[in-house]
Design a binder for this molecule. Structure first.
Ligand code: PLP
Length: 409
């Protein structure tokens, strides 16, 4: 007799983006002549850069001939790409061997799957607010209690509250936890952890034999030279941290799909020896995954060339100029804005103590602008909305014009 994984029934929410779409559609149906401006979604909008296109076109050409055709590649990713990522880290004085790097089809898969390395009775600490994948995958895997509707939380998880008082980056928990998910630059707050803040987590993790799962999907948006782009810039991190990253926001690969994870051989937990986590992750990928597309990996390799990196920097500069434009407009209206200077997200406090859905509705009804209600990322988002800097410049300019002209606070 087959039985269902009941943990799926524990999942709360999942209704954020469908509910945004429902409200936007309802508004559009009632106001068919109005144009809606979407500043809510974290999806890239600008074209892939020339060196990426060239490399992928070449790979397609190679695939078109028997002599240069290739089928399955290594499950852990093409060696040339893993070596290029290793060199990329080396420029930051981070030493990682190519077999400590695993190519994936994006950071979401890795952020979701990495928990399978750890026992189901591990206590999980998650930032609040956070990218929902960390919570939901640990619920499905059986590490949560039931969902507490009133608190908008699962009581078995330890929540690391990001508030304006702590610059949206909580210190390590007082209690003992085993798996700690950190995202910096953070989605949704746009906050970036300092070296000192990350050092506190590394010290905590080493003391408690805990693991940090560090999601650095937005690392290339950091322009402040003092802020760490990788957890491995922090002394001691090799022993206690796994890092996840992606070409999605780095180089517009949201649809192309390439990411990577780093599982250093030195990383250990309570009952493992050096190399064991790395070996198990390799085994996991070989068993559950057949590698990222070879065309996509050729594109990713091109991103890491000198030319590709310069182009990616320019692309990121474009989105960050969008962020600056949004911030300037919101501040003109005396809204309180966080993030957006080393991250493509702006975390905006709702005016007049509105909750995040009320302010969402106000922006939609008065300005035809769609933001993302902060509460969709956790209870600490109740009085915030997230604006995304991903978008065509002309749409961003039209959206901020509408906000400036129409928002009545
Ligand atoms: N991690 C964070 C924090 C994200 O915000 C996102 C996407 O929005 C991802 C991971 C997923 O990235 P990918 O496109 O590489 O799967």
């Amino acid at each position: 007799m087959a039985t269902i994984n009941q943990n799926f029934n524990k999942l709360a929410g999942g209704y954020l983006f469908p509910e945004i779409a429902r409200r936007a559609n309802a508004y559009q149906n009632e106001n068919p002549q109005k144009v809606l401006y979407r500043l809510g979604i974290g999806n890239t909008t600008e074209a892939l850069t020339p060196s990426v296109i060239k490399a992928m076109a070449q790979k397609v050409e190679d695939l078109s001939k028997r002599e240069t055709y290739s089928g399955y590649g290594d499950e852990q990713g093409d060696k040339a790409l893993r070596e290029a990522i290793s060199d990329f880290y080396k420029k930051r004085e981070i030493s990682l061997a190519a077999d400590e790097i695993f190519i994936s089809d994006g950071a979401k898969s890795d952020a979701a799957n990495i928990q399978s390395l750890f026992a189901t009775d591990n206590i999980v600490a998650i930032q609040n607010p956070a990218y929902p994948v960390y919570v939901d995958t640990n619920v499905v895997s059986g590490r949560s209690s039931d969902y507490d509707q009133k608190k908008n939380q699962y009581s078995k998880f330890v929540y690391l509250s990001g508030t304006k008082e702590n610059n949206f980056f909580s210190p390590p928990p007082k209690e003992k936890v085993d798996l700690i998910y950190l995202c910096s630059p953070n989605n949704p707050t746009g906050a970036v952890a300092t070296k000192e803040q990350l050092q506190q987590y590394v010290d905590y993790a080493k003391k408690q034999r805990a693991i940090i799962i560090f999601d650095a999907a937005y690392s290339e948006y950091i322009s402040d030279a003092d802020l760490p782009k990788s957890i491995y810039e922090i002394p001691g991190a090799y022993e206690c941290a796994i890092e996840i990253n992606s070409f999605s926001k780095f180089a517009g690969f949201t649809g192309v799909r390439v990411g990577w994870s780093v599982v250093p051989k030195k990383t250990v937990v309570e009952n493992s020896v050096e190399g064991e986590l790395n070996r198990h992750w390799f085994r996991r990928q070989v068993t559950f995954f057949n590698g990222a597309s070879n065309i996509s990996q050729a594109g990713a390799l091109a991103v890491l060339s000198d030319e590709g990196l310069a182009e990616a920097k320019e692309l990121i500069g474009y989105y960050m100029e969008n962020a600056r434009i949004i911030r300037e407009a919101l501040e003109t209206l005396n809204l309180v804005v966080f993030g957006g200077d080393n991250a493509p997200y702006l975390w905006v406090e709702t005016p007049n103590n509105l909750d995040s859905w009320q302010f969402f509705d106000q922006l939609l009804n008065q300005c035809q602008v769609i933001a993302t209600p902060g509460v969709g990322f956790g209870s600490e988002g109740q009085n915030y909305v997230r604006f995304s800097a991903f978008g065509h410049r002309e749409n961003i300019l039209a959206a901020v014009k509408s906000i400036k002209e129409n928002l009545v606070i």
